[in-house]
Unconditional design. Structure first.
Length: 384
């Protein structure tokens, strides 16, 4: 715990481990003793709703998620939630309980609480944008591995975890493996939290944050310099080369096929088109089949891939996920146990919501591989 006094105000910073019963007790004790004018919490509105409404997945509007193309964000959120849930089960405490306790303790003394963290969707999008294509591939592979990797933990390991800020440790490890996102995951959030806390009303505030944020947060508050939040809330647009690649490759493919038609005749165009359909549709359909998708979804994967691979506006994964959700919508009971099912291979394939995510991921990969195979085949025809 640290206390920062600045400009006639007092900030009591309580550093916690996000999976710790002791942290929960500490938060309530500090708030009751300090009697602050308000309590600031390291949560955004979405994460607060997730903690305060344990059955939140039962109200999930999957079609809205699909329409807004937020499946990748949902997938990343589920992975992080499953990580905390798994640790919570082993440690015997609900993940993030101390943050929720901060809100409840504030209400118990009749004071307001303030949600001061940046929206997790923005943090994830900014972190993703900060990575190179190669680093993105490595991170995606690491996330996929984390879904089912369940290393054995001794009592000593569990005891150590109870005494540490687990999620901050995870973020720090990510930052070491992927230096490009350290600024987004750690430094930016320190600054964002500091400004949100500083701008919260009250002469005396208690702030409940992960222990890993204490040093950076205290430094910002001690300086007292106003921090502009708008730049930290902006999702970077795709780079120019990404835009060029997204539109340029399909345009080049179509132009090449037209050129082949002019040079070699309509028969060549028909043969090239058939080759493209098979090259893109087959691996995409195989991806759907590996996910044990509905037969209608597998057919949709084959039919959609030749078109979606030529369009940067929508991918095969979004089409197949929508079709799968139509044929096999998740049951309410499956939504409530999604975090448990996410930690096993059996659960990944048996839970209908997770099956939809699998369909999205595997058909996206299949479509991407098929596109480059098709490009190679078209280049071969040009050379011949």
């Amino acid at each position: 715990m640290r206390i920062v006094a600045r400009d006639g105000r007092e900030f009591v910073l309580v550093g916690t481990a996000h999976v710790s019963r002791e942290s929960t007790e500490l938060v309530r004790a500090v708030i009751e003793a300090a009697q602050p004018d308000g309590v600031c919490i390291e949560l955004d509105a979405g994460r607060y709703a997730a903690l305060s409404q344990p059955q939140r997945f039962e109200q999930l509007d999957l079609r809205q998620v699909l329409a807004s193309r937020q499946l990748p964000t949902l997938f990343a959120n589920l992975v992080l939630a499953a990580f905390q849930h798994s640790l919570g089960v082993r440690l015997g405490v609900r993940p993030g309980a101390e943050l929720l306790e901060g809100a409840r303790a504030a209400e118990a003394i009749g004071k307001p609480f303030f949600l001061c963290d940046r929206e997790v969707r923005i943090t994830l999008r900014r972190a993703w944008a900060a990575l190179s294509f190669w680093k993105k591939s490595l991170l995606a592979a690491a996330l996929a591995e984390s879904l089912v990797a369940r290393p054995e933990m001794s009592e000593a390991d569990l005891r150590e975890l109870r005494e540490r800020d687990v999620m901050t440790q995870l973020l720090e490890e990510l930052a070491r493996s992927f230096p490009g996102i350290k600024t987004v995951l750690i430094d930016e959030r320190d600054a964002y939290l500091a400004e949100k806390i500083r701008s919260s009303p009250g002469a005396k505030l208690v702030a409940v944050v992960g222990a890993g944020h204490l040093a950076g947060l205290a430094a910002h508050l001690e300086r007292g310099t106003e921090i502009a939040l708008a730049p930290l809330e902006t999702i970077p647009p795709p780079s120019q080369w990404t835009k060029w690649l997204a539109w340029g490759v399909p345009a080049l493919i179509v132009a090449t096929v037209v050129w082949l038609g002019i040079e070699k005749g309509a028969a060549e165009v028909e043969a090239t088109a058939l080759q493209w359909i098979l090259a893109t549709g087959t691996p995409t359909a195989i991806g759907a089949a590996i996910a044990f998708a509905h037969p209608g979804t597998i057919l949709a994967a084959f039919l959609a891939a030749p078109i979606t691979t030529l369009s940067p506006l929508i991918g095969a994964g979004h089409v197949t996920a929508f079709v799968q959700s139509y044929f096999r919508p998740p049951f309410v009971g499956e939504l409530s146990r999604v975090l448990d099912d996410l930690s096993s291979w059996r659960g990944l394939w048996s839970n209908r919501l997770l099956r939809i995510l699998l369909v999205f991921v595997l058909t996206s990969i299949g479509g991407m591989l098929g596109m480059w195979v098709g490009v190679g085949q078209i280049v071969g025809r040009v050379i011949d």
